[in-house]
Design a protein around this ligand. Structure first.
Ligand code: UD1
Length: 425
């Protein structure tokens, strides 16, 4: 089993280019299923992460041809034939749920099992299913599988009870071929949804409003292939910004969209970090011990992203003062707390609230990532801790980071990936 070994205490210095967004490429790959023209679509800025490997396997199992060269994916869905998503792949990655909308629109039927992914709360898919039913899909659940079928879907008004990212994307994908207009009210406003709209429109769809809480999709008859480069990963960007604050240093992140990170930048400035936004670049300088921050609430975009709650907690464990973090998006997303405590952090959790009393320093330990972002948090804690930290459970980390250790090593961190048993020194 692979592990990361980190010798803490080195400040970061240098430049890193941030890769494309996991949460944009996955719906983008689903969108390619809608191409009925038989052409080849080329997706660029594709991150080399496990979730993309899994999604490519799923597309192949459905009959698509997928090839991957550097950061470019070429996909042809002309011979799409299978409508059942393999159960094992589905269990490994929750994002497959938005294949429902795309497959319904393209083939008129789809079968999925209940989605897996990160163990961060109950994660129901009721909003996805309600949206598809409103468009005219028939859904039945049998023996752990969900079957959806339809003739041509029909556009309608859909009010989401909560601005779910995945449900918004699923409905957009399904509604592209629906007759008439679909309007999604209380839609999610994440940048990845704007990216999906841009990609679908470049394929011939008629969608507007993404980035606001109301998205209007006018159904069309046929989409064609596309060339599209996905947006930079704002969660990887935020993780690296936080690494600089946790370890101290002066780093430059290139190829990013600073506007996607305003809530994060504002919070990190409260810690005392200096952050400069330039065209496509962010410079983060942190020389002092971070200061505690005012109550931090995770919220749908443009609020503070839940995916950065674990990493920000890692840096606040060393802050001067006490910080309160409220996790509003997921009902159980504190998988990182126990391991941070084992490194000396003082954190108490009550329901969705964590109180983090900063300590002057953490101590290295052997810790295990329980989910993707919890893994990133433990790496950040390791950078800031005295002594050696060993992080296990890297399959979680590899779902969403191309090479967090590569980026950090490039910035001067002492971090390496090892196979097999590692005895902490
Ligand atoms: C997406 C992101 C994930 C991020 C999350 C919130 C992708 C591939 N993943 O996940 O990284 O953490 O947005 O920003 O883009 N919910 C329901 N019923 C539903 C759907 C969601 O109750 O049918 C709840 C969820 O349990 C959760 C909340 O809504 O509590 C937010 O979920 P959602 O926005 O759907 O997140 P995902 O699309 O799964």
């Amino acid at each position: 089993m692979e592990k990361l070994v980190i010798k803490g205490g080195r400040s970061l210095d240098g430049t890193v280019r941030v890769n494309g967004a996991k949460n944009a490429i996955l719906p983008g790959m689903a969108a390619v299923l809608l191409d009925k023209s038989g052409g080849e679509s080329v997706l660029g800025n594709v991150p080399r992460i496990r979730d993309v490997v899994l999604m490519a396997e799923i597309l192949r199992s459905l009959g698509a041809k997928v090839s991957w060269e550097g950061s470019q994916l070429t996909i042809n869905t002309r011979d799409l034939s299978n409508y059942a998503i393999p159960e094992q792949l589905m269990l490994e990655m929750r994002s497959t749920v938005f294949l429902m909308g795309a497959l319904l629109a393209r083939l008129g039927q789809v079968r999925i099992s209940h989605p897996g992914g990160c163990a961060i709360g109950t994660r129901p898919i009721d909003l996805h299913l309600k949206g598809l039913v409103a468009l005219g899909a028939q859904i039945r659940e049998q023996h752990g599988f969900i079957y959806a079928t339809c003739r041509r879907l029909a556009g309608t008004d859909i009010h989401l009870d909560y601005p779910s990212v995945g449900a918004t994307e699923n409905i957009m994908l399904a509604a592209v071929y629906a007759s008439g207009a679909t309007v999604i009210h209380n839609a999610a406003k994440e940048p990845e949804i704007v990216d999906l709209q841009n990609m679908l429109n470049a394929m011939g769809a008629r969608i507007r409003g993404a980035g606001t809480d109301q998205i209007r999709i006018q159904g069309v008859k046929q989409l064609h292939s596309v060339e599209h480069a996905v947006i930079p990963d704002r969660i990887v960007t935020g993780t690296l910004m936080m690494a600089a604050v946790a370890a101290g240093g002066d780093i430059l992140l290139e190829g990013v969209v600073p506007a996607h990170l305003e809530a994060v930048t504002a919070k990190l400035r409260e810690t005392g970090a200096q952050i400069r936004e330039e065209n496509g670049r962010l410079r983060i300088k942190a020389t002092e011990r971070p200061r505690a921050v005012d109550t931090l609430r995770t919220l749908p975009y443009p609020g503070f992203p839940t995916d950065l709650q674990a990493p920000v907690m890692a840096l606040l464990t060393r802050a001067d003062g006490t910080s309160v973090i409220i996790e509003n998006v997921f009902d159980s997303r504190f998988n990182h707390v126990n391991d941070l405590r084992r490194m000396g952090a003082q954190i108490t959790v009550d329901g969705r609230t964590a109180v983090v009393k900063g300590v002057p320093s953490l101590t290295g330990a052997v810790v295990t990532a329980q989910d993707l972002r919890a893994g990133a948090a433990l790496v950040l804690a390791g950078l800031a801790a005295h002594g050696e930290t060993v992080v296990e459970g890297l399959h979680h980390l590899d779902r969403g980071y191309e090479s967090l250790e590569g980026d950090l090593a490039q910035l001067g961190a002492e971090i390496k990936r090892l196979d097999g048993e590692v005895e902490p020194s």
